[in-house]
Design a protein around this ligand. Structure first.
Ligand code: MN
Length: 318
């Protein structure tokens, strides 16, 4: 069983380096740093490192370590929350002695000597919590810091327990995690505080989204709009969920212009959108995926594919 193999590997190695995906979100940081905290607590003699680019908006969760190339020699490398190898932040993940994948995305790329993938889990943070539960009876513990990290990851990936990926197991994990005494109001404040410029951009999006009778919607954020609001492409990730509660919208796409490509964010309340993402240099979950387009024409093609999945979905449920 994967969990038993993972624990065996953690016991065996003295250096453990934990990675996660590029463009991190609270689950990437929460599962990575939460796992690190859990290992440090239970194996204080081991050297545990977390690597990847720092992300200012997630600095309240964790700060990455500076890891030297030689630290990878003979190390155990764990990659959290990342479906495929090109998306792993810091490609030195290959340089360890043993590689473990822990993830809840549909398998894109089955890398790792040990691979534990649970697509039913709301988040990788939830998986780390259940890894702990599995071995709790053997005397392993969790602390406040680890609990707050894992809780943030679950909250982030479930949209505060709103998305359909939220299960009974998710609430069970959450209820145990909140028994640790961390400051929830402060965490929510840091996770959901909206800069004024982003709030203004929300106004723009609500004013300019398209809505088609098939139930799909698109939002175009070209460079001139981002410049006008002073918002970076990365900062737009905070407003992707914005259209989810609007009547008549089944699935939607954001097209955000970057320097030499257009970042595509797809969200859905039924039609499967990750197949579209996979056709356009991306991937993800059935209801939440990301892709990259190289021209505005390509975004038109994506909109057309979105239209088709919405139509097919409507025909199926009617
Ligand atoms: Mn995740």
């Amino acid at each position: 069983m994967a969990i038993a193999q993972i624990i065996e590997a953690i016991k065996k190695y003295n250096t453990i380096i934990i990675h996660r995906h590029v463009r991190p979100d609270p689950d990437a940081f929460g599962s990575q740093a939460g796992a690190a905290e859990f290992i440090r607590l239970n194996f204080p003699e081991k050297k545990v490192r977390i690597v990847g680019e720092n992300e200012p908006s997630l600095q309240f969760l964790a700060t990455m370590d500076e890891v030297k190339d030689e630290e990878y020699e003979g190390a155990l490398v764990i990659v959290c929350d990342t479906a495929n190898q090109p998306r792993i932040d810091d490609q030195r993940f290959k340089n360890g002695d043993k590689l473990i994948k822990i993830d809840h995305h549909p398998v894109v790329d089955s890398y790792g000597d040990i691979s534990w993938v649970d697509t039913e889990a709301s988040s990788t943070s939830e998986m780390i919590f259940y890894l702990y539960k599995e071995i709790e009876k053997d005397g392993y513990a969790l602390n406040e810091k680890a609990a707050s990290l894992l809780y943030s990851g679950i909250v982030g990936d479930t949209g505060r327990f709103l998305f359909p990926s939220t299960t009974e197991k998710t609430f069970q994990a959450a209820s145990e995690l909140v028994s640790f005494n961390f400051n929830r109001p402060e965490m929510y404040d840091q996770m959901y505080r909206t800069p004024v410029k982003v709030a203004k951009l929300k106004g723009y999006v609500l004013d300019n989204f398209t809505l088609h009778p098939e139930g799909y919607s698109t939002v175009r954020l070209p460079a001139e709009v981002l410049d006008k609001y002073g918002v970076s492409p990365t900062e737009t990730s905070a407003i992707v969920g914005l259209l989810g509660d609007i009547e008549g919208i089944l699935a939607w796409a954001y097209f955000v212009e970057e320097e030499d490509e257009i970042r595509v964010r797809l969200r859905s309340k039924g039609p499967v959108v990750n197949k579209i993402a996979e056709k356009h240099n991306g991937g993800g979950h059935p209801m939440a995926a990301g892709a990259t387009a190289y021209s505005w024409e390509e975004t038109e093609a994506i909109a057309k594919e979105l239209k088709e999945v919405c139509e097919a979905f409507k025909n199926m449920i009617e």
